[in-house]
Write a protein that binds this ligand. Structure first.
Ligand SMILES: O=C(O)[C@@H](O)[C@@H](O)[C@H](O)C(=O)CO
Length: 489
């Protein structure tokens, strides 16, 4: 390695020959009196600095500095090369969240987005994901930063503290440099209102004339339809969302307005049992405006089901009708719609792209984890069999507490009925997908009786060995999402 690096330097760091020296061509960067790049050292990558050390920390050898992909070096990289730091993507039309639960997917994600007019949010993780994988926001962002540098991806990317529910969680993500905050309001949404009678709603409602006159008994033309806000619909909207609006206001004033940099602020009302009535969306949008709260995106709970890692369940005609209204509201109030659990929703991608005229944010995460496990099924069938059996026997019931899925395990073909060559086909079976999708934390955290990880190390070394194959799977699969989403643009 050392000899190759010295020869690369002697030849003047030729990008066109970088691969021959184990150097990633996209990473070769000059800055003042230094050349910085990333090299493939077999089982890991390293940052290499020739010339001034530029403040990177590493081991000096024959005129160059060999640096670990550590947090402090990621911080320095973001300071020196601004494109490796996340930024708010507020004004970009089409943006896509590409959650990477493993810290290895960004290279494939970069390959996927490169042919499309979309800006990516590479570092996107929810608190739930961090808890299940045992990762930190620093770790998630650092992995994205290193991949962006490795590939020389300079178009810009975001970092989303996804599904945050408390001030502390938001402050944590902001401290780590995140550029997007997704406020999950689910704990402040009153799902019991759906089951209340008209009389009960009337009795529970507290009038506020100044607010109520803006909506009550008024007609609105939304998405080309005339929608009438009758008393019951209005009072229900207030009862369902009033506490959430107060919560949003508190969070916004205590965190987002004080941030020292632009932040994409997203309101998420999707992970809840109450489908967002279009008129209630209008009420929320207008109340946010009255409160002076600037949002980049709002994620309604759309009709139908957006379950993790599988296609849309529901009536696509109704979805299109309601989406048209939601999109009109978003446009009127100057934000974009955000579609959560966007992994694998092939039945509606074209509709989303067309109806929003290409102005949307869509989040994916689980599908990239599934592609990583599919790579295991292809390249290491015996390991896949172990993981699948573990997920079925020891993880699924527990994992179900974290995600709403309607998986029917009996529809998954028994493992012993499948040849090794047939294993990858399991990834076309919705129930098998969900089995693996929701058990990621358990699979990664599973321990053997001696206390060592049962799968984790074997998985990471396989993914390292097969990184080109994994990147290709992601490029194709995320590319298939983008193809549909941008079909009408
Ligand atoms: O699994 C999670 O917690 C997250 O990836 C999601 O909830 C995320 O918001 C999403 O929608 C990704 O598809």
């Amino acid at each position: 390695m050392k000899r190759a690096l010295l020869e690369f330097a002697r030849q003047g760091f030729p990008v066109s020959k970088a691969n021959e020296f184990g150097v990633y061509p996209g990473s070769v960067s000059r800055f003042d009196n230094a050349v910085v790049f990333m090299a493939d050292c077999g089982s890991r990558d390293a940052l290499v600095v020739f010339g001034d050390d530029m403040g990177f920390a590493g081991k000096s050898e024959d005129g160059f500095l060999l640096c670990e992909l550590s947090h402090s070096n990621a911080v320095r990289l973001r300071e020196v090369f601004a494109y490796t730091a996340p930024r708010a993507l507020l004004h970009s039309a089409c943006t896509m969240g590409l959650g990477d639960r493993l810290g290895i997917a960004t290279d494939g994600h970069i390959a996927a987005v490169e042919g499309y007019s979309v800006l990516p949010v590479f570092a996107q993780q929810s608190m739930r994901e961090l808890k299940l994988t045992g990762r930190t926001y620093d770790d998630v962002l650092d992995s994205a930063t290193f991949a962006v540098f490795r590939r020389g991806y300079k178009k810009g990317f975001g970092a989303d503290g996804d599904h945050l529910k408390t001030l502390e969680e938001i402050e944590y993500a902001l401290r780590c440099g995140y550029s997007m905050i997704t406020l999950d309001c689910s704990e402040y949404i009153d799902n019991t209102v759906q089951g209340m009678s008209a009389g009960e709603v009337k009795e529970a409602f507290c009038p506020q004339p100044e607010r109520d006159c803006l909506y009550l008994n008024r007609e609105f033309v939304l998405g080309g339809e005339r929608l009438f806000f009758d008393e019951d619909t209005f009072c229900r909207g207030v009862l369902i969302y009033d506490a959430a609006l107060k919560f949003i206001d508190t969070v916004y004033r205590r965190t987002i307005v004080n941030a020292s940099r632009p932040i994409d602020f997203e309101i998420s009302i999707d992970e809840t049992a109450t489908v967002t009535h279009p008129l209630h969306h209008y009420f929320i949008a207008r109340e946010l405006q009255r409160l002076g709260i600037k949002v980049a995106t709002v994620a309604p709970r759309f009709c139908g089901e957006f379950q993790k890692g599988i296609d849309y369940i529901g009536d696509t005609a109704q979805f299109e009708r309601e989406l048209t209204i939601h999109a009109d509201i978003a446009q009127q109030f100057g934000y974009k719609l955000s579609v959560h659990s966007g992994s694998d929703k092939f039945r509606i991608f074209e509709i989303v792209g067309r109806v929003t005229e290409g102005r949307f944010h869509i989040k994916t995460a689980g599908t990239s984890w599934l592609e990583a496990i599919k790579a295991v099924a292809v390249k290491a069938p015996a390991l896949y069999r172990e993981i699948h059996a573990y997920a079925l026997e020891s993880a699924f019931d527990e994992a179900r507490k974290f995600y709403h899925v309607t998986t029917d395990l009996s529809r998954i073909p028994p493992l012993d009925s499948l040849s090794d060559e047939q294993l990858p086909k399991l990834f076309s079976n919705s129930d098998a997908r969900q089995l693996i999708h929701i058990t990621y934390g358990h699979i990664l955290g599973a321990k053997s009786p001696d206390g060592s990880y049962r799968f984790r190390e074997r998985l990471y070394s396989l993914w390292r060995r097969e990184r080109e194959f994994c990147d290709t799977l992601l490029k194709e699969h995320i590319g298939a999402h983008l193809e549909q989403l941008t079909k009408t643009q």
